[in-house]
Each structure stands twice: as C-alpha cells, then as structure tokens.
Design a protein around this ligand. Structure first.
Ligand code: DX5
Ligand code: ZN
Length: 222
C-alpha cells in the first residue's frame, strides 16, 4: 500500500484556490515552496453545494506533481468513483462519514486499490462516531468549515474535536493515526491546531492569496 509521508506536520495546500488556467505552473511553484502533499477537493453538487473537478483534471494535475495527491472526495456514494480516482493518480483517498452507508466496505475498497484511506467528518458530526473504524484507517480529516467552498472562517469547535479524537485514538492504540484539518487554516491559527493534535494542515486561500507561497508554508509549519 502507498504510505502517507512520515514527517509531522505535513502541509497540504488546497489546489482549489490556485489559478486553474496555470495548473502545471502552480503545482511546480507550490512544491518548490515546500508543499508536502497536494490537497485536491472533489465536489459533486449533491453532497456539497458546489461542483469542482473529476478524474480527468486529477490526472492532469498528477502529470505535473512530484508530491502525493491527497484527494478529498466530497461526493455522495463515493464507492462508484474510487477506482476512477485511483487510476487518475490519487495517493490518498478520503471519503466523508456522512456520505457512506457502509463505511467499512468503502475503506476496504480503498485499501484494495493500494491506497491509504481517510475518513472525513463535517463540523456537526462527532468524532466519537469513528471509534470502530479508527483501527482500519490511516487518517481522519476533521472539517473546520462546512465543506463546499474555500475561503471560509475556521470553526473553533474543531480544536476540541481534534483533541478528543487524538485521545480516543491513543486510548485504543491507534497511535499512527494521522489527523488532518481542513478549512480556514491560516498562519494565525496553525499553532493552536497543531497543539490540539493535528498532523496535517490543509490550507487553500490563505496560501494562494499570500503572494509568498514559501514564506506562508513555512509559517504554517512553524
Ligand atoms: C472546503 C475544502 C477545503 C478548502 C480549504 O470544502 O475541502 O479543502 O479548499 O480552503 P481554505 O483554506 O480557503 O478554507
Ligand atoms: Zn478539502
């Protein structure tokens, strides 16, 4: 199975906020600036009220990427598309708890494709619901905004959820579990997010609007 890189924290710029007309150059620039993962937001206009990209665009991104593609599927019934996104070049596949009727089966399907599996929870979904799947997954993605759009404000309750999740994971021996946080992450709140127990920070609009990708990524890394 592919692996999530070992370093902590990992910084995962969200390509949703890059200039899509210059996607190849943007990927090269963000990797040169120190990105560890490339976060790819897939939205279907059904699970979330926005539509972004599908497998062909992920494949186009992959052609320019040296770093792993961290593909965040904000889509209903993701089982239908796992193989397509794996084929397009995803290196990590994350599905939403709220979108899966048979989450354990979905996680197995991701593993059968040779990829690490992430499960994401929306702001109103408690992290304790994940307890029985934590031993089977590599990552939890805690949403710190309601998914659908970049540029929203960080919801502070996410901090408690991260700490609670870290405690639950440690209690049941899942010490390798990665916790990723996505939505409204900035250089101002990165330190407290990491202190709460997060290993992977996704940040989109803050990095791409900064005008200094390298400076902003190193500020997030701290
Ligand atoms: C939101 C997406 C995020 C988003 C992050 O639905 O999952 O990855 O692009 O963007 P910022 O950092 O601007 O909140
Ligand atoms: Zn995302």
């Amino acid at each position: 199975m592919k692996r999530i890189p070992d370093a902590r924290p990992l910084i995962a710029p969200s390509l949703l906020s890059c200039d899509f007309a210059r996607i190849g150059e943007e990927i090269q620039a963000i990797e040169a600036a120190g990105a560890d993962l490339l976060h790819v937001d897939v939205m279907d206009g059904h699970f979330v009220p926005n539509i972004t990209i599908g497998p062909p665009v992920v494949a186009a991104m992959k052609a320019h990427a040296a770093r792993p593609l961290d593909v965040h599927l904000m889509i209903s019934d993701p089982d239908r598309y796992l193989a397509d996104f794996a084929k397009a070049g995803a290196d990590i596949l994350t599905v939403h708890w709220e979108a899966c009727a048979h989450l354990h089966r979905t996680v197995q399907a991701i593993h059968d494709l040779g990829l690490p599996a992430g499960v994401s929870v929306n702001p109103a979904t408690p992290v304790w619901l994940l307890k029985d799947i934590l031993g089977d997954i590599e990552m939890v993605l805690v949403m710190s905004v309601n998914p659908g759009f970049g540029g929203q404000r960080f919801i502070p309750q996410a901090l408690e959820k991260i700490s609670e999740l870290r405690n639950i994971a440690d209690d049941i021996g899942c010490t390798d579990l990665r916790i990723e946080v996505d939505g409204g992450v900035t250089a101002e709140n990165a330190a407290e997010i990491k202190r709460a127990g997060a290993d992977i920070l996704v940040s989109g609009s803050a990095i791409f609007k900064s005008g200094d990708y390298a400076g902003y990524i190193s500020a997030l890394r701290g």
